[in-house]
Design a protein around this ligand. Structure first.
Ligand code: R5P
Length: 266
């Protein structure tokens, strides 16, 4: 890795703890106005100070984020599909030159292993890695799961390993049973997605288990911004990722945080 690439990555995965809490707010790129993100500016401005990185598209970045922001940006650069069509048919949606102009600290794209357009998305990744290497830009491969694909260690382990083999600098995947096997067979850092909204306790358990089993952090969206207490929730997630809290300690922090004034997002 070049100095610039390592430096960009260190903005996201904090050297002090070796961990990261990324806030994923990129869902609109194929889901449209998702609950909790209908007005991205409100969600992002309230939560950004608690995030180690923001994952989003260039459209939302330009329209909804101040250019004074100090939080590093992980720019989603794949898309081209909607929830109404075949999700795996993604292409690259943002040139590396624009990612550099936007001062991104990493770029992210989805791969769909086992899906109809698997080859296309894997070649997208290889191309993006080539471009990233040229200009010192880390690439996050998102192991997206198509409609018919399971979320087990065998499948996600396959997807993560392929992403790493093709040169991704870090990988985002889902937590599942035997998650440590995925970590053990993937030579680059893994962050976990939160997935669909569950109770705060379940989401904190997911974060705790993932960190305990070797993830370097979370890239969590809906379980934070769809919570009735989003600020309390992201603080509780941080306590697990960065401060070594267990689930009960993090839940206590969440309960205390609920008493602070905060907005539930539309
Ligand atoms: C989905 O492909 C998006 O990249 C999201 O960033 C990802 O799913 C993480 O968000 P959540 O925690 O809501 O699953």
């Amino acid at each position: 890795m070049s100095w610039g690439l390592k430096n960009r990555l260190s903005k996201i995965i904090k050297p002090k703890t070796g961990k990261t809490v990324m806030l994923a707010v990129d869902h609109g790129y194929f889901l449209g106005p998702t609950t909790g993100l209908k007005k991205p500016v409100e969600t992002i401005s309230a939560l950004q100070q608690y995030a180690d990185a923001l994952m989003l598209t260039r459209g939302v970045l330009r329209a909804s984020v101040s250019d004074k922001i100090e939080v590093p940006i992980v720019l989603r650069v794949s898309g081209g599909t909607s929830v109404l069509t075949e999700l795996s048919n993604e292409g690259l949606t943002c040139a590396m030159e624009d990612a550099l102009r936007l001062n991104a600290s990493a770029v992210a794209l989805s791969i769909f292993v086992g899906a109809q357009y698997e080859r296309q998305t894997l070649l997208n990744l290889a191309k993006l890695v080539d471009e990233g290497e040229q200009c010192g830009m880390p690439v996050l491969a998102v192991t997206a799961v198509g409609k018919d694909m399971g979320r087990d260690a065998r499948y996600l382990g396959l997807a993560c390993r392929i992403a790493a083999e093709l040169g991704a600098h870090f990988v985002k995947t889902y937590y599942c049973k035997d998650f440590s096997q995925i970590v053990d067979s993937c030579p680059v850092p893994i962050v976990v997605a939160g997935g669909t909204k569950v109770s705060e306790k379940e989401a904190l358990e997911l974060a705790y288990n993932a960190i305990s089993e070797g993830a370097v952090g979370v890239d969590m969206g809906r379980n934070i911004f769809q919570s009735d207490y989003p600020v309390a929730m992201i603080k509780a997630v941080r306590s697990i990722v960065h401060d070594g809290f267990n689930v009960n300690e993090a839940l206590d922090l969440f309960e205390k945080g609920k008493k602070e004034k905060q907005k539930k997002f539309d």
